[in-house]
Write a protein that binds this ligand. Structure first.
Ligand code: GLU
Length: 455
């Protein structure tokens, strides 16, 4: 089995493309096959080297590497041209010199008659010599149907009357997209073409090219679109961003891979898969034939799962290498414990890093926060004095002290907990009080309480 991913390097890799790549890669790996990459870069205006590198880096991050050197479609043009001329020689294609004016006239008439606009085959039987300025058109079968069994969408067919004799070589000698793609799949000996369902019409054309070349057809699997959570096209807010942005936000590759495969594929009731399991269970035939929907919540759920599952030392190292941590934090001897606590409630590492500050820096208490702090200052002063005597080496002892302070003073927890959390962190949403006291440390906690008492 040989599968391929064939991106056009006209932009970064987004969610939809990444999913196609993973499915093609898994299908190859699940069958001991090879996974290849072909850059469809014939649109010189829009193709950029920067995007080639970016796509390769994104795939690499996800753990996907091609088994052979990537192919560039633009390097194959002389081959495409040679085959087009060969088809012409064999009478399977023909030279055409119909002027744009005539094409436009025919199109208008067809539209008036409510027909699908298409080339009417004017030059098909004229046997024109192939002169400079002519195009070469492919001779589509005039009747019958073109049909194939899609591995995801099942039977797809079209009446050949609806396919026109499309151009394979333009008047400037450059080959057209569908022709190039069919030839490249053949040359690369691709056995399984996996791509988005926006390519179905292209597939019907490409099948006819391959048949004219007496080539065996690959298996086709067309993947339904990935839509936004509201069922529209993916937007910048949802999925239509460079995959590397997710890395920058602190999504882990394990979460990303798990999330991407769930966009259309499932296996029993299982939610989380290691790569080995995916390779064991994946079959493109099990991909759902209806559109998948992007869900930020599900991506966050997977990421939170992997953040918690990662070995703490490894996670710290990853964060240190990929995110900007303050010196003060790096020098904090409780840094890994702090990360361990924060990863519980974080969807991604950026979120986690944003929460780190109050562990090593006194929070700035805005007027709004000061107004929200409601506590009897005498009680707080008493709490502070008793806190000075608590053994901070053990978090449990801090918890015991808080409980006894509350019961001694006949207080319900929120009366102390809420204001104390604001004083220590400047935030309403923060970890438990004993975790905070323990991880911020005795001296800092006492200072922060003093600052508030003196404000
Ligand atoms: N270059 C096409 C795209 O980026 C993919 C074509 C294919 O997979 O055959 O949509």
């Amino acid at each position: 089995m040989r599968t391929r991913f064939a991106p056009s390097p006209t932009g970064h890799l987004h969610i939809g493309g990444a999913r196609t790549a993973i499915f093609a890669w898994l299908q190859a790996k699940a069958n001991n096959g090879k996974f290849l990459i072909r850059f469809e870069d014939t649109d010189k205006e829009r193709s950029e080297k920067e995007y080639v590198d970016s796509i390769i880096n994104s795939l690499k991050w996800l753990g996907i590497e091609p088994d052979e050197k990537p192919i560039f479609q633009s390097d194959q043009i002389s081959k495409h041209r040679e085959i087009a001329l060969d088809l012409l020689k064999q009478g399977l294609a023909y030279s055409c010199n119909v002027s744009p004016e005539r094409l436009e006239e025919v199109r208008k008439i067809q539209q008036q008659n409510k027909q699908q606009p298409r080339y009417d085959g004017f030059s098909r039987d004229l046997n024109l010599p192939h002169e400079k300025g002519n195009v070469i058109r492919f001779k589509m079968p005039l009747d019958g149907v073109t049909t194939f069994e899609d591995q995801v969408l099942k039977t797809i067919s079209i009446n050949n009357k609806e396919l026109d004799d499309f151009i394979i070589l333009r008047s400037d000698g450059t080959p057209t997209y569908n022709f190039c793609a069919a030839i490249d799949d053949l040359e690369m000996q691709i056995t399984n073409v996996i791509r988005g369902d926006d390519h179905i019409t292209n597939t019907l054309k490409q099948i006819n090219i391959l048949k004219a070349l007496n080539s065996e057809l690959p298996e086709y699997a067309h993947l339904p679109m990935v839509l936004s959570s509201s069922g529209k096209r993916l937007s910048k807010r949802e999925g239509a961003v460079d995959i590397q942005e997710y890395k920058k936000m602190g999504y882990l590759k394990e979460a990303m891979v798990n999330y991407l495969i769930k966009l259309g594929w499932s296996y029993k009731e299982q939610e989380l898969f290691s790569v080995d399991e995916l390779i064991k269970y994946f079959d493109i035939k099990d991909v759902n034939s209806s559109a998948a929907k992007f869900s930020q919540e599900l991506l966050d759920f997977y990421n939170n799962h992997y953040l918690k599952k990662f070995k703490l030392e490894g996670l710290y190292k990853y964060i240190d290498e990929n995110f900007l941590l303050s010196e003060k934090f790096i020098n904090n001897d409780k840094k890994t414990e702090i990360i361990d606590l924060l990863r519980e409630g974080s969807n991604n590492i950026s979120e986690l890093v944003d929460e780190l500050t109050f562990f090593y820096e006194d929070p700035y208490l805005t007027d709004e926060i000061i107004n929200a702090i409601q506590i009897d200052k005498n009680l707080l002063a008493l709490f502070k004095e008793e806190l000075k005597e608590v053994n901070f080496k053990d978090k449990l002892l801090i918890g015991v002290f808080i409980d006894s302070f509350l019961s001694k003073n006949k207080l319900k927890f929120p009366l102390l907990g809420k204001p104390l959390r604001l004083i220590l962190t400047g935030k309403t949403n923060a970890p438990s009080i004993s975790d905070l006291l323990y991880l911020i440390g005795k001296e800092n906690c006492i200072n922060r309480i003093d600052n508030y008492l003196n404000s």
